[in-house]
Design a protein around this ligand. Sequence first.
Ligand code: S3P
Length: 172
Amino acid sequence: IEVSLNEKNIILIGFMGVGKTTAGMLVAKKLQREFIDIDEEIEKEFGIPVSEIFNKLGEKTFREKEKSVITSFCEQKNKVLSLGGGAFLQEKIRSVCLTTSYVIFLDLSFEKWKERISQIIDSRPVLQGKSLEEMKELFTKRQETYAEHHLKVVTDEKDPEVIAQRIINEFA
Ligand code: S3P
């Protein structure tokens, strides 16, 4: 009997530094699918890192490119995509992802996130110069943008292998 795997894309969303890329790479590897890190694609388009895109070209330019890159990958199949933590601010991105693909929200508590902060801050322009209080505010506000999804995985106590397997069990 031919087993037909669902061909929909799998898309990982969630705040900066929750492990979307790590989990996404594992999911892709296990399913033998192509993995795409959207931030990396944007960097390739401009030829400079995300932080420089923000500093030299501005956030608006970054967000426009983010929208077009995600939209075009959503027209494809069988991909695993990891989105930047701000992508779901845009309603167009939310709707295109939710209608074409399976959207997985990786949910980490702020307490756990805080423990990883030193590894997260440097490469994230939107966190530069923010106090812990301000980061907590942003974290809380961003959670609202992730409210619509097909599966939520609480990642606090889980290692990436377990997270990846959980996603695969649900959709593949
Ligand atoms: C951003 C998150 C980043 C990157 C950019 C903006 C955000 O992606 O897209 O720095 O606004 O939350 P990660 O979530 O992969 O860090």
